[in-house]
Design a protein around this ligand. Structure first.
Ligand SMILES: *[C@@H]1O[C@H](CO)[C@@H](O)[C@H](O)[C@H]1NC(C)=O
Ligand SMILES: *[C@@H]1O[C@H](CO)[C@@H](O)[C@H](O)[C@H]1NC(C)=O
Ligand SMILES: *[C@@H]1O[C@H](CO)[C@@H](O)[C@H](O)[C@H]1NC(C)=O
Length: 791
């Protein structure tokens, strides 16, 4: 038997014919299709071996062999080999190309053994099968077209043409099937990627793979191909918005949620896991103010916002996925900060203390100030107020203020202002602030010194001590400092022809008035002076007051008894017939003082017969107390005391003689003479001498004056104007000398207070040279005396 290449069925039959003679080798060969039913004819052994059919049973024709005997049998009747049991070629031979079942036939008498084989021919009785009904494939969506995936091939136990000859898949534009044969002639299917995948479009494919064999009828097997497209990070996260716009109040507290950004990533898994962050590195400040949660995308307030610093923020945000490489998406968050009235106005004063003179007219500029509010809109609009009822007002242009005076000022009323300036914005609630501006009103000399009264009465007791202060005048000046320094002076005036300065002096600093001389009430009862008070301002202001100096009487004069006169003597006569109450005489007395000091009382202090005469206390009348008796003496001597009512009182006495006449009218007896009290001259001759002397002196004086007038006329011609003759009035020994010239024609005798008009030619004057006026010593000479050195 030759094992050659595979032959078609017809060739096998032909071989049997040509091999039949090859009986010597005992080789029989048959072929039969598998899966033949029982009893199917395989071959006629008897015929092929040339055996006699009738001898078969005699010679115990039999089939012996393990598998041959199992699948086939021989018939003793006709020697035909047939199928005993259905033969499955694949079971016996698996995939072997040549599948044979060998057998052995035995004949006895003589023993003959023939061998043979039955070739089992394949029938397409098996479909292609895939080991696992489904094929799972995974591929990245990034795989490029042209990639091949090796597929599991289908098994077909048949052989030859009955095995798999082609693969196909269900239609898809992404994949196609390519096959190739291995060296061992096995058809290998491969899946070819025709088009780029996109997981986001199609994440998996289910394809039906069909394997087809070449038998007739054709048989097929299928399997599911499950292609899972794996994600590739080909999609960046994308934010919902290109720009997020949001507003937040500037007073939003820490942690306030501003907004939530959201990005989507079409990828999956890590490729779709997103972390948010700020992408702008420059905006350090903004990043301190806002936080961005990397997971939730929440933007929150992190730091204190200030509209005045920045009213909006633009934050660049990014979303980065966790793919490898990672991809990022970008967006912007525009945060608008809303102004809140969180800034109070601020008052900026250039100078907080200002000085302005009190005579500044209304409208005088004082100072500038600015008011600033860092808020905007209404929150930054400002109104500025001053207190009411003050002499100041504001002028404004935008937020620039000018403080000016609006009325006249008076430092003496208000010397200083502390102006609270209140600035208020129009926000709601509005905020305020205030600042105080100090304004000092400086003094202007607008007030003259003022005396409390316009007229003062000053009472001075006569006989005052020269140089003593008699009064203090005070004038007040409400101005300040120099403008209020008051000095006092006496206004030039003449009192009894003498300058006021000879009477009084005033302390210019404190207004104390001093009497320069001792006043005599009996000469000068009162006088008026004007005192001026003047301040030291520029220009100075002054005012004056009148001072009435009233000299008070002092009991410094004793009563003077006029009648009966001392000189003429007084002898009263009284008729003896005079009855009771007869007015003998009346004592006449005067007192230079006044008032009580001049009120006189009369009193009899001595009498030769106290019972005869009485004196009335008030009037000084001397009357008889009783009728005169024949027994009474004829001459009576009375001593009358006259006293004034001063304190202490002063008194004088007079002694008078009263002669009682017998009822005749004879003259005055020589004995009734008035006798002056001791101390007074009593000799009438002395009086006569005195009267004569006085007359002579007056006559002499007239002569002297006549000569003086002549001398004055001569001297005027010689001297001209420059050296006038000073004529000083001169009092008696009591007169004070004041060293001041008095060119008057009227002489005033200070000692008497009486004014005596003297005809000019008869002026009683003394000459004084200017040089000698400076010294206390005066040369008193009759004018025109040849010894005068004045010229
Ligand atoms: C295919 O085989 C795999 C193991 O290779 C198994 O896990 C799977 O369950 C099988 N599928 C079917 C449908 O039998
Ligand atoms: C001015 O400001 C002070 C504090 O600076 C405050 O006490 C006062 O009340 C304010 N005055 C007004 C009128 O607002
Ligand atoms: C006025 O000044 C004088 C001199 O300084 C002084 O002696 C006198 O006491 C003062 N008078 C008053 C009222 O101050």
């Amino acid at each position: 038997m030759a094992y050659g290449p595979r032959f078609p069925f017809n060739e096998i039959a032909f071989m049997l014919l040509i091999c039949a003679p090859d009986l010597i080798s005992g080789q029989l060969r048959y072929s039969i299709l598998e899966e033949k039913e029982e009893g199917a004819f395989v071959g006629n052994i008897a015929q092929d071996l040339g055996l006699n059919v009738r001898q078969l049973s005699a010679r115990k024709f039999r089939l012996s062999s393990d598998d041959g005997g199992r699948y086939m049998k021989v018939s003793l009747d006709n020697g035909i080999l047939s199928i005993r049991e259905r033969i499955d070629r694949e079971r016996i031979c698996r995939q072997a190309e040549m599948c044979t079942v060998s057998f052995k036939t035995t004949l006895e008498n003589p023993l003959e053994v023939y061998r043979g084989v039955v070739e089992i021919l394949d029938v397409n009785d098996n479909p292609p099968t895939f080991g696992n009904g489904s094929i799972v494939l995974q591929t990245s969506e990034a795989s490029a077209p042209g990639v091949r995936f090796r597929l599991e091939r289908a098994e077909d136990p048949d052989i030859g043409i009955n095995t798999v000859v082609a693969y196909t898949i269900s239609f898809t534009e992404y994949f196609s099937i390519k096959t190739h044969r291995t060296e061992s002639d096995v058809l290998i299917p491969e899946l070819l990627l025709d088009k780029s995948l996109d997981r986001e479009l199609l994440s998996s494919f289910q394809l039906l793979l069909t394997a087809t064999d070449g038998g007739t009828p054709q048989r097929t097997g299928t399997a599911q191909i499950l292609v899972t497209v794996l994600d590739f990070n080909d999609n960046a996260p994308v934010f919902d918005d290109d720009i997020y716009r949001v507003s937040v109040s500037e007073d939003a507290p820490h942690g306030t949620l501003v907004l939530k950004v959201k990005a989507n990533d079409l990828d999956e898994g890590l490729n779709a896991e997103i972390a948010y962050s700020f992408s702008d590195v420059d905006l350090r400040r903004a990043r301190h103010l806002f936080s961005l949660d990397p997971y939730s995308g929440e933007v929150r307030v992190e730091g204190p916002l200030d509209f005045e610093e920045a009213n909006s923020y633009s934050l660049a945000v990014q979303a980065v996925d966790h793919g490898s490489p990672a991809m990022a998406g970008h967006s912007n968050v525009l945060i608008k900060v809303i102004d809140v009235n969180d800034n109070a106005p601020e008052i900026k004063v250039t100078s907080a203390s200002n000085k302005i003179p009190e005579n500044a007219p209304p409208g005088t500029f004082i100072t500038f100030f600015d008011v600033i509010d860092r808020d905007s809109g209404e929150n930054g609009q400002i109104s500025c107020e001053l207190p009411k009822n003050i002499p100041f007002s504001l002028q404004t242009s935008s937020n620039h203020y000018k403080l000016i005076t609006s009325a006249t000022l008076d430092r003496e009323t208000i010397s200083e202002f502390k102006l609270p300036i209140l600035a208020r914005d129009l926000g709601s609630p509005s905020l305020t602030s205030n600042k105080t501006i100090h304004i000092t009103i400086t003094d202007v000399n607008d007030n003259a010194p003022r005396f409390a009264e316009s007229t003062y009465n000053v009472y001075v007791m006569e006989n005052n001590a020269p140089g003593a202060s008699i009064f203090v005048l005070t004038a007040l000046d409400p101005d300040l400092e120099q403008n209020s320094y008051v000095s006092y002076s006496l206004v030039d005036n003449f009192i009894q022809n003498l300058p006021v300065s000879t009477y009084l002096a005033i302390n210019s600093m404190n207004g104390t008035i001093y009497a320069l001389r001792s006043f005599d009430y009996e000469e000068l009862k009162n006088f008026q002076i004007n005192v001026q008070a003047r301040d030291a301002g520029v220009p100075p202001l002054s005012s004056s007051a009148t001072v009435n100096v009233i000299i008070l009487d002092q009991n410094d004069n004793a009563p003077v008894i006029v009648s009966p006169s001392e000189q003429s003597g007084s002898a009263e006569v009284l008729r003896r017939s005079a009855g009771q109450g007869y007015l003998v005489t009346k004592i006449m007395a005067t007192d230079e003082d006044s008032g009580q000091n001049a009120r006189l009382f009369y009193q009899m202090v001595k009498s030769t017969d106290p019972t005869l005469f009485t004196v009335t206390k008030n009037s000084g009348e001397i009357r008889t107390a009783r009728s005169i008796l024949q027994t009474d003496i004829s001459v009576h001597t009375l001593v009358i005391l006259v006293k004034d009512n001063g304190q202490p009182s002063l008194s004088s006495t007079v002694t008078m003689n009263i002669s009682v006449l017998e009822n005749s009218t004879e003259g005055i007896t020589e004995s009734s003479t008035l006798v002056k009290n001791s101390g007074y001259l009593s000799d009438p001759n002395v009086y006569l001498i005195i009267i004569f002397s006085c007359t002579s002196v007056v006559f002499l004086l007239i002569i002297v004056l006549l000569i003086g007038i002549k001398c004055k006329q001569d001297r005027s011609i010689i001297q001209g104007y420059n050296t006038p003759s000073y004529c000083y009035n001169r009092g008696d020994s009591q007169g004070t000398f004041n060293g001041r010239p008095a060119m008057e024609e009227t002489l005033r005798y200070p000692g008497t207070g009486r004014v005596v008009r003297v005809p000019e030619p008869h002026q009683y004057s003394v000459c004084l040279s200017p040089e000698s006026a400076k010294s206390d010593f005066l040369f008193l000479k009759p004018c025109g005396a040849p010894t005068s050195q004045a010229q």
